[in-house]
Design a protein around this ligand. Structure first.
Ligand SMILES: Cc1cc2nc3c(=O)[nH]c(=O)nc-3n(C[C@H](O)[C@H](O)[C@H](O)COP(=O)(O)O)c2cc1C
Length: 202
């Protein structure tokens, strides 16, 4: 009798699970979750005001970046905060894409410290650094700050300007600050592949 009841309950839970999965959009509309709203609201900011970013906001961004997952949890990533006038001037020798931001998060990775896929030798360092960068962009948005991913910089000039980064490969810069009053998303922001083109079922 007990076996029959537990089989029945397990069947019900399986059916419920299947229904919840296939009908997931009726339960949690992806447009209405807090996370989806945050993602929809984020866009690259390329014009910042002079308003400062507070230490607490910088700490919160670093903390969320620190929690990023990494392959085999090896965490081969480092983040430098650039904000003193001297450091900012040095960074400007390596890029023209800081857009007047009061603070820049500089992300680097070390391939020697990263997971390597055995079958083909693919190194995970840059992927791990990209996840850290994504956390930075989204936490900045959560704090109502603007940010942009900058890949356009001269790595050799960064090495020269910041000897502290020796041994690290700089993967991206993230200028962060309050968007200027007249800052607007670029037309590229609205251009995304359709859901059909982007994803398919196998
Ligand atoms: C890997 C990567 C590198 C990027 N490099 C730059 C850059 O050097 N300068 C810049 O202004 N934007 C850069 N971007 C921002 C993209 O242009 C932007 O994310 C894209 O056009 C979509 O617009 P959105 O962020 O407003 O949605 C980069 C983004 C990524 C992911």
């Amino acid at each position: 009798m007990r076996n029959k009841i537990s089989a029945y309950l397990s069947d019900i839970s399986r059916i419920h699970h299947r229904a919840a999965f296939t009908d997931v959009k009726h339960h949690t509309n992806p447009k209405t979750t807090l996370f989806a709203k945050l993602v929809r609201k984020r866009s690259s900011c390329r014009k910042f005001s002079d308003a400062p970013v507070f230490d607490e906001e910088i700490s919160q961004i670093i903390e969320v970046a620190r929690l990023a997952p990494s392959a085999k949890n090896l965490q081969p990533v480092h983040v430098w905060v650039v904000r003193s006038p001297e450091a900012m001037e040095k960074l400007k020798t390596a890029t023209t894409s800081l857009y007047g931001a009061p603070v820049v998060f500089m992300v680097g990775c070390k391939s020697e410290e990263a997971w390597v896929r055995e079958c083909d030798g693919k190194n995970g360092a840059e992927t791990d650094a990209a996840i850290v960068g994504t956390h930075i962009l989204l936490q900045a948005k959560a704090l109502k700050l603007g940010s942009v991913w900058v890949g356009s910089f001269d790595p050799a000039k960064i090495k020269e300007a910041f000897p502290e980064t020796a041994g690290w490969e700089i993967t991206a810069l993230f200028p962060v600050g309050h968007p200027a009053k007249d800052a607007t998303p670029s037309p590229m922001h609205d251009k995304r592949k359709s859901a059909e083109e982007f994803s398919s079922e196998l």
